[in-house]
Design a protein around this ligand. Sequence first.
Ligand SMILES: *Cc1c(COP(=O)(O)O)cnc(C)c1O
Length: 371
Amino acid sequence: MSDNKTITVTSPLLPSLEEFTGYLKDIWESKWITNNGQFHKQLEKELAEYLKVPYVSLFTNGTLPLLTALQALRITGEVITTPYSFVATTHCIWWSGCKPVFVDIDPNTGNLDPDKIEAAITPKTTAIMPVHVYGKPCDTKRIQEIADKYGLKVIYDAAHAFGVEVNGESILNAGDMSTLSFHATKVYNTLEGGALVMHDEVTKKRIDYLKNFGFAGETEVIAPGINSKVDEVRAAYGILNLRQVDASIEARHQVAIKYREALRGIDGITFMEDMPGVKHNYSYFPIFIDAEKYGMTRDELYFKMKEQNVLGRRYFYPLISTFSTYRGLDSAKPENLPNAHKMADSVICLPMHHEISEEDMERILNTIHKK
Ligand SMILES: *Cc1c(COP(=O)(O)O)cnc(C)c1O
């Protein structure tokens, strides 16, 4: 082990303690600490404006909005999804009593390959749940065309896609609903937290019931809802963090530029470029190792970095389709998912956050340059 300080893969965006304390005083004085308080209402409004979407409903994490979206849209039977994601995506399909059907990814973007979706549709298919992996937008137009042709709903797991826009329009407006995660490791956090984005007021109201046990008023319960209500402390924290998220994304952008400059031309290492017309959020910086050309396997590099206290992440490895719950599914067979396996076996996400110093950058790049 070297004596170097640990360079973490991510670092949470934190609001100023002084400002946060001021908000805490307000909450203490009002004694309204949860259940749609003033900060909760304010954050939903500010997020909708910031994200350029009509309606936002806050949740306590990024997993329950997936589950609630499936419930609200009455999804049954089979749901087409990607194995190249965080386990929560598939777990929610399982929790909703549906069968996940894995479809392979596009090797260039890491996202569900629209060309492979139709072959996976059966009479039981009711929905598609794609993920904007690393915040790179899915081919939402193609996916919608397929969904419309077969009468399917589309729920986007947009946990990585906070603030991402295509030609000036929020990616979160695609499909029937999109979900966000505000976990500490994400571009924007409310400690733990998340949200569901929807297109109309009626749906917003229904979602608000569903995240509060299904209560529509004092005595009426319209469905078996879950509890995913956000308290005032987290909402206040979220309001403060929203004010600095642009600066944080710009700092990440600069890190991405430096990574690309330094890594271009290294044999056996590839990375993703910005997409034309897309406003990116630089949530992750994945690199892909071709062991033969690079002269070292992905895992060898990963552990070598770790030895030097530079923490990367093999994100997403292993694939969801390889976990015990899912590997028995027909669609989970590796021969059905060659691109996903290849990406999962070659990826390392480099440290990416708003506080990477020049010195950190040099140390990170040294671990990659010197074999
Ligand atoms: C983080 C994440 C989630 C889950 O969000 P939590 O807030 O941790 O519950 C879901 N899907 C993807 C793709 C994620 O990265």
